[in-house]
Design a protein around this ligand. Structure first.
Ligand code: GLN
Length: 378
């Protein structure tokens, strides 16, 4: 093969967004808001650009931002990270994930992932010579049988990748899940990469349980978060990785040759903006209203709603409507009914088809209402 990823196609998110655009369909596929960010945040960025903060940031990130991140983590999860030596600002969650995997995974190392799995994990592990072991979570409840997970562990297991809350299933880990995980890694040298980019979007009064809340997990974890999700600016591509100093030191050895550092004026703007907690504390409430709008709108239809505990994605089963494969059904919905979604089979290596599609509800109410109008005619 020409390249290490010759067997990999274009991500489903790019594919479906392109199909949506070609068909002038309402795009509930790729996860990004269609409403503007807070003008106050935009104006802060503008001010920093005009003040001349336009050169390289320090490799690990701007200190004022790292300080605010450390405060936020301590406040939300009662976990302490040293701002300068344990937090690295990255070009989005995906780069943090890539860098963490690149830091740890060597030829022949085994990495455990949970499917449905966000699409970048597996190719990145492969790129670095790792071998993926999968635990499959399935509809309708996507729960984890930890005894089965235990069977995947071997003396070659280097890393377990978590995605909590889970994209696309909208499922969050509970206390029992985390205790099971602790019992699996205790006494081993297994590391954890915890992709928590939707940590601030959890519903019905649930609490997000970060790995950093648990000292036995924190000491071996790379914790990844995203400002794109926090502040509705996915196109700014800024996130961060929090990890103990010994892990951060190694992470930065890769980071420095990957992106070196990320956007200076936006980091400074985020730091100022984050000082006011009001700017992100009500995110769950904000998205819960949108989740409920889409759930109520679909409840009288033949689409079957699966649980949505967190993230801005609603999973629906359509087997009462069609027996087509999810990828074909998603194409049909986009072309004929003008609503683009993401088929769940894209998140499984073996393309498991359970007739489930993912709808992104990070959209203006009017966008969701238009989509519901089309979907309820089916
Ligand atoms: N995280 C977004 C989603 O799940 C996609 C980001 C991307 O397109 N790379 O839809």
């Amino acid at each position: 093969p020409l390249s290490k990823l010759s067997n990999v196609g274009t991500t489903i998110f790019s594919q479906m967004t392109q199909l949506a655009n070609e068909n002038q369909a309402i795009n509930l596929s790729q996860g990004f808001p269609d409403f503007p960010a807070d003008p106050e945040l935009l104006s802060l960025v503008d001010q920093y650009i005009k003040k001349g903060f336009n050169q390289y940031a320090p490799m690990g990130g701007m200190l004022p931002l790292k300080e605010e991140i450390a405060k936020k983590i301590e406040k939300s999860h009662q976990a302490v990270y040293h701002p300068d030596t344990e937090i690295t600002v990255t070009a989005g969650g995906t780069q943090a994930i890539f860098t963490a995997i690149g830091t740890l995974v060597k030829d022949g190392d085994e990495v455990i992932i949970f499917e449905p799995a966000y699409d970048c994990y597996e190719p990145t592990v492969e790129l670095f010579g790792g071998i993926v072991k999968r635990f499959k979570m399935t509809a309708p409840d996507y729960s984890i049988d930890w005894n089965e997970v235990k069977k995947l562990v071997s003396d070659k297991t280097k890393l377990i990748i978590l995605n909590n809350p889970n994209n696309p299933a909208g499922k969050i880990l509970n206390e029992k899940d985390l205790q099971e995980l602790i019992s699996i890694v205790r006494g081993t040298s297994i590391f954890i990469l915890s992709d928590e980019v939707y940590e601030n979007i959890v519903f019905d009064g649930r609490q997000h349980l970060s790995v950093c809340k648990y000292p036995e997990l924190k000491e071996r974890s790379f914790l990844v978060a995203s400002f794109g999700k926090l502040f509705h600016v996915t196109g700014w591509k800024i996130g961060y990785c929090a990890a103990p100093k010994n892990l951060t030191d190694e992470f930065r050895k890769v980071h420095q040759f990957n992106v070196f550092s990320v956007n200076t004026p936006i980091q400074l703007a985020f730091a100022d903006y984050m000082r006011n907690e009001e700017n992100y504390l009500n995110l769950s409430q904000f998205f819960q209203q949108k989740r409920d709008l889409i759930r109520n709108g679909l409840s009288g239809t033949s689409f079957e709603l699966l649980d949505c505990e967190g993230t801005y994605f609603q999973a629906v089963k359509y087997d009462k409507i069609s027996d087509k494969k999810d990828i074909d059904f998603a194409h049909e919905l986009t072309i004929n009914h003008k609503v683009a979604t993401v088929p769940f089979s894209s998140f499984y290596k073996d393309k498991l088809n359970e007739n489930v599609i993912r709808l992104c509800f990070a959209k203006k109410d009017e966008t969701l209402e238009k989509a519901l109008e089309n979907l309820s005619k089916i």
